[in-house]
Design a protein around this ligand. Structure first.
Ligand code: TXA
Ligand code: MG
Length: 327
């Protein structure tokens, strides 16, 4: 494939250029341990507006603010005991906390689509951390894909999906985790799991006690769920979940021992050994690779729902959901 001049290896020189770009109110795609993000200065409305436009994101869907350390998070949001415990245990890492926004915070409310809350995380990826430290301000960074599409786990995915919207993509190879951060809403009395991810429900509950789901009544009445559009992460082909084997004209996304007689030309195994962490890391890339016109759909093997399997199944269910009409 031809070299893409917007993709820069994350050298000190490229990081310095990225910081200048952010200072100008411009956008930079950056690697995180979960997926690649589309970053902009969280304190500048113009940068935030540029991100919504680049993603084609509905204006009601708020963004995640990324900071270099917990102190920076505490300057813009209110931490209660639960937030302190979770931040101490899981930051830096793939966990996003939805907290009350501090009045007078330098992060404008448009970041949270007008809500009184802020979603915040301290990413663990060394390049993301270096960029945040050097920039010295909070950075909003949704996943670097067009709204509703599959999240990017490589710099090339970003270049393909956001071609004309992002002038600079910092490349640090494949994202380790492969699915987006766990999102927990702590802005009310009941903690609510808004999005499953690599930090599992079991781990969270061990730290702060019971957590409601969006499907629970407690979770539902406690919080509206802006980002939970049913269809999301969608490849072009329809998905058929829980399939033992593909039909003749389907591609197959396998997990564990593959069914006999399915050729490598139409099958990708998320993990032949049944390792859920490995499967999560490969998920989005595999969905992209199998999304080819020659197939009628993608059949997907059943995936166990424990640990990070819950996040994999969440993304697959949404990829399989009926699509909104094309504009
Ligand atoms: O792993 C990740 O979280 C990646 C990397 C780049 O950090 N980012 C990411 O951002 O996935 P995005 O924008 O694609 O997803 C953010 C999710 C959405 O579902 C959004 O609705 C939710 O977080 N969210 C953001 N702010 C919120 C808020 N104030 N209240 C409730 N949900 C919020
Ligand atoms: Mg996203």
């Amino acid at each position: 494939m031809p070299q893409d001049r917007r993709i820069l290896k994350a050298t000190p020189h490229a990081l310095a250029r990225s910081v200048r770009q952010l200072r100008r109110g411009g956008l930079v795609a950056l690697p995180t341990e979960t997926v690649y993000g589309l970053g902009g200065d969280a304190t500048r409305r113009a940068a935030v507006a540029r991100i919504y436009a680049a993603k084609g994101r509905p204006a009601f869907n708020p963004l995640i603010v990324h900071v270099a350390a917990v102190e920076a998070a505490r300057a813009i949001a209110r931490f209660d005991a639960r937030a302190r415990v979770l931040a101490a245990r899981f930051w830096p890492g793939p966990l996003t906390l939805v907290l009350g926004r501090r009045p007078g915070s330098r992060v404008p409310r448009v970041v949270a689509a007008g809500r009184e809350t802020l979603a915040i995380r301290v990413p663990a990826h060394p390049v993301a951390r270096r960029l945040l430290q050097a920039f010295g301000r909070p950075v909003v960074a949704p996943s670097a894909n067009r709204s509703g599409k599959v999240s990017p786990t490589t710099a090339r995915h970003v270049a393909i999906g956001l071609a004309k919207y992002v002038p600079l993509i910092l490349d640090a190879g494949r994202a380790d985790v492969g699915v987006e951060s766990t999102v927990v809403d702590l802005s009310g009395r009941v903690a609510v799991l808004l999005r499953p991810g690599a930090v599992t429900r079991e781990q969270l509950e061990q730290a702060i006690g019971p957590i409601a789901s969006l499907d629970d009544e407690a979770g539902d009445s406690a919080r509206a769920s802006p980002g939970r559009l049913a269809s999301h992460y969608a490849p072009t082909l329809p998905l058929r979940l829980g399939a033992g084997a593909p039909r003749d004209d389907e591609a197959f996304l396998a997990f564990g021992p593959a069914p006999p007689g399915v050729g490598a030309d139409r099958m990708i195994n998320l993990s032949a050994t049944g390792d859920l962490v490995e499967a999560a890391a490969r998920l989005f890339d595999a969905l992209r690779a199998l999304d080819r016109r020659q197939f009628s759909g993608i059949a997907v093997a059943p995936i166990p729902d424990h640990g990070i399997g819950a996040a994999i199944n969440d993304r697959l269910r949404r990829a399989a959901a009926p699509r909104p009409a094309r504009r």
